[in-house]
Design a binder for this molecule. Structure first.
Ligand code: BDP
Length: 328
């Protein structure tokens, strides 16, 4: 059944409630490290705000705190957990420490391609992991695309794992990424995204790894302009709501937010595809030295230990890897 049919009666009812309700207006605060407007993740949440506003006659709106106004992603998640912030959009990269199984999505060379990732997150595995967030005080609303991540640094192009030797590479705040970089011979260092530009500038790190839109929009290429397409991670992103606040909402409002979230997922995917293409071209335009990594086999082999260590955490972890691999 189509989502819209499923929710139609609830929405019609909610619109009436919205029109006549004396319930006080709710401004949902949502944070993101990326700029707004002009970035797929923030634009998609902006769209969610428009939908909620229209469906409730202005009773529910979203205010976006963008460009790290509220700090990095770890801090944002903590704010949402305690209910000081209603919503945030973060990379699954920082979610592993909250739901350990989520780290499957943070493993190098795990998803075969974006299509494979979509089939996993859109299915039972994706839903199940989102639901597990509840124990951590978060309501998982949906996934967003963020393409694949590759290394960039200020020293030299990376063509083989050996080229990473001696390089300090910034990773997201999750030990699994330190393991990843170290397995390739580099030196992984956890730094909050909000401190990355300065870390690059001051030489705390020589490089980092990310997708083209992040590299372009946050101007890290001004300092680190060798971009080597290793595509070692396909990490999806999620947008989450504070369980503390969620539990105070009426079932109808919860349904409206769920319904809007489904549309946000679709919207962001379309925006992402376009943005990734454009920003790749933009990186070339500003003179970033981009190299394709012809042979990824040595990278895949060297990082096997990271996938093995995840599987060793227990049966459920091992099975998760197998289940994802079985999805065609
Ligand atoms: C970007 C993600 C953002 C992360 C950032 C990072 O969109 O959520 O904070 O990478 O590397 O691609 O920290």
């Amino acid at each position: 059944m189509e989502m819209s049919k499923l929710f139609a009666p609830a929405i019609a009812a909610a619109m009436v409630v919205g029109a006549v309700s004396t319930a006080s207006a709710m401004e949902i605060k949502s944070s993101d490290v990326h700029p707004y407007p002009g970035y797929p993740t923030t634009d998609a949440i902006g769209y969610m705000g428009e939908l909620l506003d229209a469906w409730t006659n202005g009773r529910m709106t979203i205010k976006i705190f963008h460009s790290m106004q509220l700090g990095g992603e770890k801090e944002a998640l903590e704010q949402v957990q305690i209910g000081a912030l209603e919503m945030t959009r973060v990379s699954v990269g920082v979610v592993g420490p909250i739901v350990k199984e989520f780290d499957a999505f943070n493993l190098p060379y795990f998803f075969r391609d974006i299509g494979h990732m979509h089939r996993v997150v859109d299915g039972e595995i994706g839903t199940d992991l989102l639901n597990q967030l509840e124990a951590g005080g978060l309501i998982g609303l949906g996934y967003m695309d963020a393409g694949s991540r590759s290394f960039y640094n200020k020293v030299r192009p990376i063509n083989t794992p050996d080229d990473l030797k001696g390089l300090k590479i910034r990773v997201m705040q999750n030990p699994v990424f330190v393991e990843l970089v170290n397995s390739l011979g580099g030196n992984g260092i956890q730094v909050s995204f909000s401190e990355l530009y300065t870390a690059l500038q001051t030489g705390v790190v020589d490089g980092a790894e990310n997708n083209p839109p992040t590299l372009f929009n946050h101007k890290h290429y001004e300092i680190a302009n060798h971009y080597s397409l290793t595509h070692h991670l396909i990490v999806p992103e999620i947008f989450v709501f504070s369980k503390k606040v969620w539990d105070t909402l009426s079932p109808l409002d919860q349904q409206l937010i769920r319904k809007a979230s489904g549309l946000v997922v679709e919207k962001e995917r379309a925006l992402w595809a376009e943005k990734e293409k454009n920003d790749f071209a933009n990186l070339e335009k500003v003179g970033v030295k981009i190299n394709e990594v012809a042979d990824k086999t040595p990278f895949i082999k060297a990082t096997q230990v990271v996938r093995d260590n995840f599987a060793k955490k227990g049966d459920s972890f091992k099975q998760l890897i197998e289940k994802v691999a079985a999805i065609k």
